[in-house]
Write a protein that binds this ligand. Structure first.
Ligand code: GAF
Length: 392
């Protein structure tokens, strides 16, 4: 009843078939980069806090090869109106390595990464992009496209000089400047650094991370796509970032990472805008929950881990106001089933997915219960942590 997730090899085979049709040749490079589900630590990355995502077995694949001349052509198998773009590559003589920010939105992620690539001047190429990460579903389809592009360029240039962290930062810059989304570092970082069978606790201040095994067959993470996307994400995300910066400024802290619960009392005592106080309270408590949750996962204390997930959802709903009726409904329905240890929205919010920690033996029951009662049309993914991006 859950979606069947095709292995990377199948996606690569499909992408190669499309390439042969589109470009009448044989691609000689194939790469993939995963989407992610964030288990806990939401809206904390741009506050220098902790996050704990895992890489998904849902991935973006790019196949292709170098092309003669100075123009690259990319074809996407995703269901977009404009499926193919051709654009001039930056050339040796260009003072600034910029590519015009035009064309369909999906192409901006690719152009942005070419512009921010750190491994030398990339050659022109032809490529096919093929992905099974649901678009706009809060599972980082865009970061997986950026990171896949970066790894694809590495394969073309042969560069090995750039660290994984620098690659993630370059992809984040691409998203800031080309997609104009002021995201944190979580999505690009996990797509680059993910490890099979592990969640990753990321310290978004020091950009260091700790792998935590998730290998117990008795539990699974069930990702449920609400299949709704409210158009608020674009405008509300930068607003949340500004509100957090405002709270930190009032508290004279470098970021909310440095604040604690006493600071919330202080904000209240000086009559700070009530919304700002709630935003700060979410971030401060979420950072604490994430650190505690990492410890619980290490100890395989799923009961406490699940409770922290559910608390995280409530905080995102009540204090951060980034949930929506569909996500609340999915979390509520999941928690009605015995054997569901915790449930929360995941990603930026206003639609997209929830993630629930579920005993393996009840997962079909949870899916059945939600199919029967959810007012919308949900999609289900039973997810084990997959590997980070690489060439195949
Ligand atoms: C989006 C952003 F891209 C991430 O950086 C992160 O802030 C997330 O929303 C919320 O936790 O996915």
């Amino acid at each position: 009843m859950a979606e069947k997730i095709n292995p990377v090899e199948v996606l690569v085979r499909e992408a190669k078939d499309v390439y042969r049709k589109q470009f009448k040749g044989e691609p000689d490079v194939a790469v993939f980069a995963p989407g992610r589900v964030n288990l806990i630590g939401e809206h904390t990355d741009y506050n220098d806090g902790f996050v704990m995502p895992m890489a998904l077995p849902l991935v973006t694949v790019i196949v292709g090869k170098k092309a003669a001349g100075e123009e690259s052509t990319v074809y996407t198998t995703s269901d977009f109106k404009e499926k193919q773009v051709t654009f001039a590559m930056p050339n040796q003589n260009a003072l600034i390595r910029a590519i015009p920010r035009d064309g369909p939105k999906w192409s901006l992620y690719i152009k942005g990464v070419i512009a921010k690539y750190l491994g030398g001047l990339p050659p022109a190429f032809t490529a096919v992009v093929h992905s099974n990460v649901p678009l706009g579903g809060g599972l980082s389809s865009s970061a997986s496209l950026e990171v896949a592009t970066y790894i694809f360029l590495d394969a073309l240039t042969g560069d090995t000089s750039v660290s994984l962290t620098e690659k993630a930062l370059a992809c984040q810059k691409a998203e800031h400047e080309y997609a104009e989304m002021p995201c944190g570092i979580m999505d690009q970082f996990i797509s680059v650094m993910g490890r099979q069978g592990h969640a990753l606790l990321i310290d978004c201040r020091s950009l260091t991370s700790t792998l935590i095994p998730v290998a117990d067959e008795n539990v699974v993470f069930l990702v449920i796509n609400s299949n709704v996307k409210h158009e608020l994400t674009g405008s509300e995300y930068p607003t949340r970032r500004k509100q957090c910066e405002e709270a930190a400024l009032i508290l004279k802290k470098a970021s909310l990472r440095d604040a604690n619960l006493e600071d919330i009392q202080y904000l209240q005592s000086i009559n700070t805008d009530e919304e700002i106080v709630r935003r700060a309270r979410h971030v401060i408590t979420e950072i604490q929950r994430t650190v505690e949750a990492a410890e619980m996962l290490k100890q395989m204390n799923y009961h406490k881990f699940g409770l922290l997930m559910t608390k995280s959802h409530l905080s995102l709903k009540e204090d951060y106001n980034v949930s929506c009726p569909e996500l609340d409904e999915l979390v509520g329905l999941a928690l009605e089933v015995d054997g569901v240890l915790g449930s929360r929205m995941t990603g930026g919010g206003f639609g997209g997915c929830t993630v629930s920690l579920v005993y393996t033996h009840v997962v079909d029951k949870v899916i059945g219960h939600i199919k029967k009662n959810y007012k919308g049309n949900a999609t289900f993914y039973i997810c084990k942590p997959g590997p980070g991006a690489s060439q195949i």
